[in-house]
Design a protein around this ligand. Structure first.
Ligand code: NAD
Length: 321
């Protein structure tokens, strides 16, 4: 199996080597190859990601992705948004687990407010929120399949204000009724608060692109911070695994970033590849290190990224025996 590795920018360059080390130890049969993309590449070459890199990503069985910096420059096109669109990675899966709750946010990943249909004029700027039947049906089907193997579905939307969300909501309900999945719904603003106050009420939450982006950062609070949350970007032909967090320029280069989100993303990659045992070993190794009281700075500890990673790798070696 060939894994493309995009470390990207900032802490992507620190946490992805940890995740890669874990995968290398567990699965010596995996072949890794680097793909350079991100703001650093843009500063050096004038292109953040080229057609050649997109082809290299297409050729991989799976992609392990760190994070990229996106400057607030209207001429700069986000690398990760481009990859999601080009590889048609329509389902963004973000599990959030903790004491007494276990939810999965399923975010539509290719359209909505991130469709990239934008105009900037002197006195106004417009972003078109385009939501299609095809895009809504496939994300709703994905979420219903997942909810069918778990408990229930919550549809997050703002249908009281946005006609495009009436459209999205109705398609989600159609799919839930078709598949017999129990469903409820919530306005996304109220849902953000309720997820924090009563997380145990939620199982699978399906929502549109920007709302899902915000809701998963909100839910990160429950898990203990952005450094802990993994995600998968799934399409029919390709799959990319990345921490939910960004390149964190405020801490980059200091060996303080929490590598757990990257490690859990590697576990999601193995699970997608059918290796439940390997995924379980990574998750178990992370838990054992935390049980020993070892933590990075964001969790109130003093371990560096590398040191935490080395402990996880040591535990993987033990669990593997
Ligand atoms: P961020 O996730 O990079 O950081 C938010 C806060 O969380 C920061 O204080 C950071 O130090 C902290 N944090 C994040 N990950 C952490 C970790 N692993 N360990 C410890 N602390 C961690 O979000 P931001 O500051 O809004 O964005 C920074 C850059 O990242 C921007 O250029 C943004 O566009 C980009 N970004 C990229 C992606 C992606 O590549 N998928 C996702 C989000 C943001």
């Amino acid at each position: 199996m060939r894994i493309a590795v995009v470390e990207g920018d900032g802490i992507g360059k620190e946490v992805i080597p940890v995740a890669r080390k874990a995968l290398e130890l567990l699965r010596p049969d995996l072949e890794f190859f680097p793909v350079e993309a991100g703001y650093g590449r843009w500063q050096r070459t004038g292109t953040a990601i080229g057609d050649e890199e997109i082809s290299a990503l297409r050729s991989a069985d799976f992609i392990l992705f760190g994070a990229v910096t996106t400057p607030p420059d209207p001429d700069y096109r986000s690398v990760i948004v481009r990859i999601r669109k080009e590889l048609d990675l329509y389902a963004n899966i973000r599990p959030v687990k903790g004491e007494g709750f276990d939810m999965v946010i399923v975010r539509e990943n290719t359209e909505g407010l991130y469709s990239g249909i934008e105009t900037v004029e002197e006195d106004r700027a417009c972003t078109l929120r385009c939501i299609t039947r095809k895009g809504s049906e496939r994300i709703a089907r994905y979420a219903c399949r997942l909810a069918g193997s778990r408990r229930d579905l919550t549809i997050g939307h703002k249908a009281n204000v946005l006609k495009s969300d009436v459209f999205f909501r109705n398609i989600c309900i159609e799919q839930a009724e078709l598949t017999g999945v129990p469903w409820k719904e919530g306005y996304i603003d109220a849902l953000c608060l309720d997820v924090l106050q009563r997380p145990q009420r939620y199982d699978v939450i399906v929502t549109t692109n920007l709302f899902g982006d915000i809701l998963s950062d909100v839910a990160a609070y429950l898990a203990g911070g952005l450094g802990l949350l993994p995600s998968a970007n799934i399409g029919d032909r390709h799959a990319l695994f990345e921490p939910v967090h960004g390149s964190a320029p405020d801490i980059a280069g200091n060996n303080v970033a929490n590598p757990i989100a990257a490690l859990q993303s590697a576990a999601m990659l193995l699970r997608q590849a059918g290796d439940d045992r390997g995924a379980g070993i990574i998750e178990g190794a992370v838990s054992r290190v935390l049980d020993r009281g070892i933590r990075t700075m964001d969790m109130g500890g003093t371990a560096g990224t590398k040191e935490f990673g080395d402990e996880v790798v040591r535990e993987i070696a033990t669990l593997q025996k």
